[in-house]
Structures are given as structure tokens and as C-alpha cells.
Design a protein around this ligand. Structure first.
Ligand SMILES: NC(=O)c1ccc[n+]([C@@H]2O[C@H](COP(=O)([O-])OP(=O)(O)OC[C@H]3O[C@@H](n4cnc5c(N)ncnc54)[C@H](OP(=O)(O)O)[C@@H]3O)[C@@H](O)[C@H]2O)c1
Length: 218
């Protein structure tokens, strides 16, 4: 299976690309600039040297990556994720699109969840990509630790979606990544609950001098 990490040149894209390749998926790193995508793909491949990665990593423009992939993960900051989804709409028809997007804003010293009128980023993306199957996941994964291949962790990943078959496929993908446990959290509307946890994790981390907090259901 080919997975595109659109905007995969950024923070969360690093860990996703590396760990999906280790899990055996062929990863296409997407970028607005094909040269940047190819350079990042080379860097990621270098990180995987000496590790048993079964999947390949290549770099393409976001458009080409979206066209080539079976599943695309939209790792774009929320301010630009919606217009990016709009611009890739035709390339993503009939395909699974994963939203890890979390809309947040600063209020004084704190981060607050700032969802769009649709209720959550995932629901807004689903309204734009009306002919794709949108599933949400990965919102509560801290990028820095996730990108460190020597780090170990035990995190839960709630997965939300309206199309049960697509959700099952995304759950399988999550569960193939070492240290992650995918959990069915319900339909896409539940994404608003999951997305809202991310600013909570960051606020608690900052106030308590913690790092890399994530989610575990116990
Ligand atoms: N960072 C985290 O810990 C974390 C954890 C969970 C979920 N998330 C979510 O994942 C998404 C990505 O987060 P991130 O921290 O990885 O973001 P990021 O590093 O700031 O940006 C990711 C990529 O987005 C692309 N990009 C930047 N501006 C753009 C624009 N105007 N139009 C289109 N593409 C643009 C860039 O790729 P190119 O320049 O190569 O095109 C960039 O490398 C966000 O929605 C965030 O809420 C982040």
C-alpha cells in the first residue's frame, strides 16, 4: 500500500514517514516543491540506514503524491490545510484521507482549541473533500519524540470516521506502527473531542515542565 504524507517535510511528517516505512508501507513524501520533497525523502532514507525498513520512501509534489497514493495523510498546519485540501480535491476522489489537523489559538499563556464552524478540522476537511473518505487520527502524537527512532513509547491513537471500511484500514495502519495502539473512537463528529485534547496536552506539559505528553486510555 502506498501512503502519501502531504506536507510530509514538516514536524509530524518526519516521524510518520519514517515509521510508516519501517512498518512496511511505501511512503511518498509530498511538498509544494518537488525538489524539497525529494531532498527530504533522501534525508529520511539516510535516517533509516541500518534499520529494517521494508517500505520505500520517495518524494513528489503534493498533487502527484496524492494521485499515486491509496491513502493520504494531510500533515499541513490548520491555517493552510483547508485550502490545500481544496487544491488537491480532484486527486483525492474516492481515496482515504487522514486528518491529523488540530486548529489551536493562543489565549494569553494558553493554547485553546479553535474549531471551524463545521465542528472540527476533520469535519471541515470532509466537507471540502466530499468525494473522499476522511478519517481522523494522529492528532495527539508529539512530533519530536515520534521522529526519534531511538525513542520508545506506548500511546493510544483514537481513530474517527464515518466510513467503517476506511476507518478499519486506518486502524490497521496505526497498529502497524510500533508503540501505537489504534482505537475506534466513533464517527467523524467525534474528531472534535480528540482534536480538543491536543491543546490540553500541550498546556499541561508546559505548566508541569513535562515533554512529549500523549494519550493512553487506562
Ligand atoms: N507538530 C506536532 O506535534 C503535531 C502533532 C499532531 C498533529 N499535528 C498536526 O499536523 C499538521 C502538521 O503539523 P506540523 O507541526 O508537522 O506542521 P509544520 O511542520 O509547520 O508544516 C508541515 C508542512 O506544511 C507545509 N506548509 C506550510 N505552509 C503551507 C502553506 N501555506 N500551504 C501548504 N502547505 C504548507 C510545509 O511543507 P512544504 O513547504 O514542503 O510544502 C510544511 O513542511 C497540523 O495540522 C498539526 O495540527 C502536529
Amino acid at each position: 500500500m502506498k501512503i502519501a504524507v502531504l506536507g510530509g517535510t514538516g514536524h509530524i511528517g518526519i516521524g510518520l514517514s519514517l515509521r510508516l516505512a519501517i512498518a512496511g508501507y511505501d511512503v511518498i513524501v509530498g511538498s509544494r516543491k518537488v525538489e524539497k520533497a525529494q531532498q527530504k525523502a533522501e534525508e529520511y532514507k539516510a535516517c533509516l540506514e541500518g534499520r529494517d525498513a521494508k517500505g520505500k520512501i520517495t518524494g513528489e509534489s503534493n498533487e502527484k503524491a496524492a494521485k499515486l497514493a491509496d491513502v493520504s495523510i494531510l500533515t499541513i498546519p490548520f491555517k493552510y490545510a483547508y485550502e490545500t485540501a481544496e487544491s488537491l480535491k480532484d486527486c483525492l476522489v474516492g481515496k482515504i484521507v487522514v486528518s491529523p489537523v488540530v486548529p489551536m489559538e493562543k489565549r494569553g499563556k494558553f493554547l485553546l482549541y479553535s474549531p471551524p464552524p463545521e465542528g472540527s478540522a476533520a469535519e471541515k476537511i470532509a466537507s471540502i473533500l466530499s468525494e473522499s473518505k476522511v478519517v481522523s487520527a494522529f492528532q495527539t502524537i508529539p512530533a519530536e519524540k515520534f521522529a526519534n527512532l531511538d525513542a520508545s513509547f506506548d500511546w493510544d491513537v483514537p481513530v474517527c470516521g464515518d466510513d467503517e471500511d476506511s476507518k478499519k484500514i486506518v486502524l490497521e495502519i496505526v497498529n502497524k506502527i510500533d508503540g501505537l495502539r489504534g482505537l475506534d473512537a466513533g464517527p467523524l463528529i467525534v474528531s472534535r473531542l480528540v482534536e480538543s485534547v491536543t491543546p490540553l496536552l500541550i498546556n499541561v506539559a508546559i505548566r508541569n515542565k513535562e515533554k512529549d505528553l500523549s494519550l493512553k486510555f487506562v
